[in-house]
Design a protein around this ligand. Structure first.
Ligand SMILES: [Zn+2]
Ligand SMILES: [Zn+2]
Length: 344
C-alpha cells in the first residue's frame, strides 16, 4: 500500500511524496489521518526557525483527527475504523518529571510531529498510549481542533479561573481565542487584547470585550473594564515585550499570570509588581491526558463555533499553498489540511 506524505525540505518548501506504508510496530497503532490543522509551530518550522531541530526530511503536523487502520502487536482497547485523536507527546517514563507524574513535561519529551514523524500524511504510526477515542457524532474536521483546545484547557486549569473572575487574554490568535472561550466557559468575564483588526472583529463577534493596544492604553483600558482593580487572571499569549509589560500592569492584587507564549528571547519583566501586588506567575506547557478529555467534552458541547473558527480546508496536495497563504494573512483563524476521506 502507498501513502501520500508531505515532507518539509527547508526553505519554505514541502514536497509531496509516495511512501510505502509501514505496518505498526509492537505497541503502535496505524492511523488513517483525516484532517490536520496548521499550528503556529508548524508555521515556525515552515519559515525555517526550527531547522536545527526538525531537519529537512520530516513530515510534520500534529493537530489531527483520524481513524484506526491497523493495530500492532500487543495493542488492545481500539478497533479498526474507530475515530480517534492523538495526543502528540512521547515521554521517557524515567526522568524526574515523569517519576513525579508530570509526563507531559518530561525532561526528554519528544513532540510527535516535530521531533518525530507527524500527521501531514495519509497513514501514520503512533504509540497506542497517545490515542484518545472520540465520542460519537463528532465531525472529524472539528475534532482536529481538540489539540489546540487541550492547550487552552491546560492553560485555564493552570490559571484556576473561577466564576465571575475578570480574565485578560493578551493575544487573540487561535490559542488566545480558545483560552478566552474556555475561560468564559469556566465562568470568567473575559477581555481580549489584540492588535489585528480582523482578530478583534472575530473576538467581538464571539461576544468578548476587546482592547486594541495600538489605539488605546491597554493597561488603563483593562483597569477601566474591571472596575479599576485589574484582571484576576492574565494569560500572556502574545510572546511580545508589550504583552509582558501589559501582563503585570493589568493584573489585580494577588492576580495570577499564566505564561502561555513561547518567548524566543528573555523579555524584561516588571518584578516590582510581583512584590507590590503579590502577583503569582504560572508556566503552562502543552497538556495532560485529562486536558484532552476536557477538550473533547467542550467541543462536543459546542463551546467552540468550529464552522467560523476553521477558516479554510485545503487538500494535502495544496499544503504548500496553504502555508504560503497563511504567512501574513490577517483574516485566517485556523487553516486545516484534509488528508484523506470523502470530499465534503
Ligand atoms: Zn499545535
Ligand atoms: Zn521523562
Amino acid at each position: 500500500m502507498i501513502s501520500q506524505a508531505a515532507i518539509y525540505r527547508g526553505d519554505k518548501t514541502f514536497t509531496l511524496e509516495q511512501k510505502q506504508v509501514v505496518a505498526p510496530g509492537p505497541g503502535e497503532v496505524q492511523i488513517k489521518v483525516a484532517y490536520c490543522g496548521i499550528c503556529g509551530t508548524d508555521l515556525h518550522i515552515y519559515l525555517g526557525h526550527m531547522d536545527k531541530r526538525v531537519g529537512f526530511e520530516r513530515t510534520i503536523g500534529h493537530e489531527m483527527s483520524g481513524t484506526v487502520s491497523a493495530l500492532g502487536d500487543g495493542v488492545s482497547g481500539f478497533t479498526i475504523d474507530q475515530p480517534i485523536v492523538v495526543r502528540p507527546l512521547d515521554h521517557c517514563g524515567d526522568c524526574p518529571a515523569c517519576r513525579a507524574g508530570h509526563e507531559h513535561i518530561c525532561h526528554n519529551l519528544k513532540f510527535i510531529g516535530i521531533d518525530t514523524e507527524g500527521a501531514f500524511q495519509e497513514y501514520w504510526n503512533v504509540p497506542v498510549h497517545t490515542l484518545h477515542a472520540l465520542p460519537d457524532g463528532l465531525d472529524l474536521s472539528h475534532a482536529a481542533l481538540i489539540e489546540p483546545l487541550a492547550v487552552a484547557c491546560h492553560d485555564v486549569d493552570r490559571g484556576r479561573v473561577a466564576k465571575d473572575e475578570d480574565v485578560l487574554v493578551i493575544g487573540g490568535g487561535p490559542i488566545g481565542l480558545l483560552v478566552a472561550l474556555v475561560a468564559r466557559h469556566a465562568g470568567g468575564n473575559v477581555i481580549i487584547s489584540e492588535i489585528s483588526e480582523n482578530r478583534l472583529a472575530y473576538a467581538a463577534k464571539l461576544g468578548f470585550k476587546t482592547i486594541n493596544p495600538k489605539t488605546e492604553d491597554a493597561a488603563d483600558q483593562a483597569n477601566a473594564l474591571t472596575g479599576g482593580k485589574g484582571a484576576d487572571v492574565v494569560f500572556e499569549v502574545s510572546g511580545t515585550q508589550p504583552g509582558v509589560d501589559l501582563m503585570t500592569a493589568a493584573a489585580s492584587t494577588r492576580g495570577r499570570i499564566v505564561m502561555v507564549a513561547i518567548h524566543a528571547s528573555k523579555p524584561a519583566i516588571d518584578m516590582f509588581q510581583f512584590f507590590w501586588r503579590e502577583l503569582e506567575l504560572f508556566g503552562a506547557r502543552v497538556y495532560r491526558p485529562e486536558d484532552y478529555d476536557r477538550a473533547m467534552k467542550l467541543l462536543s458541547e459546542g463551546v467552540v463555533d468550529c464552522n467560523s473558527f476553521i477558516t479554510d480546508i485545503k487538500p494535502l496536495a495544496d499544503i504548500q499553498g496553504a502555508f504560503e497563504a497563511l504567512t501574513g494573512n490577517p483574516s485566517a483563524i485556523k487553516s486545516m489540511i484534509k488528508i484523506s476521506g470523502e470530499t465534503a
